[in-house]
Write a protein that binds this ligand. Structure first.
Ligand code: DGL
Length: 271
């Protein structure tokens, strides 16, 4: 038995953890941010897969039977291989889940024009995972992906509120909507982007709905645990959260506190 493991390349996954804890505060959680090697979004498939597998193994060693990849880039580039090739060898009883499928399930129901935009890291866009998942669910939806290479660095460097961020946020939104003016829903396909939400709302035209995934990922996890009591029984219920980072613990603790709305301490670990 152990906590639910939540993994991200850095701080972004905290936006998912926050939503999961709102829905299921009773469980214990272990968050791991690979801040020393973030961002992942511009890295190759092989590297993101290797880093993510290391993180998953680490969380397994800490006693997590269930790990959430709270990172679109890792979900896009590593989840399937880990589920199909690695888990059967490591321990078929453990589970690794991602954030893309729960997000895709929602958009299929709400788009009226059937034109949907995805804003994500270059890695997620290049993987075409959103398109592939949406094509399975709703083949009638036209998906346009927009890579936003500067958005994660803006968040990681605490520039998400600065006037300098305006240019990078506006140009990507304008570019996406120029490529497909019929888009009525835009998925924020990166867990870092909720931090830029103020700016994104400012530049997104009225009438285009912004889909934040944290809430949907949390609901989907709750539903998964309802359907899988054998997994639910392996999760400890103390209501605690521990934060691990591969970078400096103090800096992580201070910034993570802003995301989580409460003071917290982090520990530095090596994967
Ligand atoms: N937060 C991650 C995502 O959702 C990745 C950010 C990065 O490391 O590039 O895609």
């Amino acid at each position: 038995m152990g906590p639910i493991g939540v993994f991200d390349s850095g701080y972004g996954g905290l936006t998912i953890l926050r939503e999961i804890r709102k829905v299921m505060p009773q469980y214990d959680y272990l968050y791991l941010g690979d801040n020393a090697r973030a961002p992942y979004g511009t890295r190759s498939f092989d590297v993101v897969y290797e880093f993510t597998l290391e993180a998953v193994r680490y969380l397994f060693e800490q006693g997590c039977d269930l790990v959430i990849l709270a990172c679109n880039t890792a979900s896009a580039k590593a989840l399937r291989t880990i589920q199909q090739n690695d888990l059967p060898k490591i321990d078929p009883q453990r589970r690794v889940l991602g954030v893309i499928r729960p997000t895709v399930e929602v958009v299929a129901d709400i788009s009226k024009t059937r034109h949907v935009g995805i804003m994500a890291t270059p890695g997620t866009i290049r993987s075409h995972t959103y398109e592939l998942e949406l094509a399975k669910q709703s083949p009638d939806i036209k998906v346009t992906g927009e890579a936003c290479p500067m958005w994660v660095p803006l968040v990681e460097n605490e520039e998400y509120d600065s006037p300098g961020a305006d240019y990078f946020v506006r140009e990507r939104i304008e570019n996406l909507l120029r490529r497909d003016p019929l888009i009525d829903n835009v998925i924020l396909g990166c867990t870092h982007y909720p931090l830029l939400l103020g700016k994104i709302r400012q530049f997104m035209p009225e009438g285009v709905h912004i889909i934040e995934q944290g809430h949907y990922v949390a609901q989907s996890l709750q539903d998964y645990l309802r359907r899988h009591p054998e997994m639910r029984e392996l999760i400890t219920e103390g209501g605690s959260v521990r934060f691990l980072t591969t970078e400096q613990a103090d800096a992580f603790g201070q910034k993570a506190a802003v995301f989580m709305g409460e003071p917290l301490e982090a520990e530095r670990v090596q994967l």
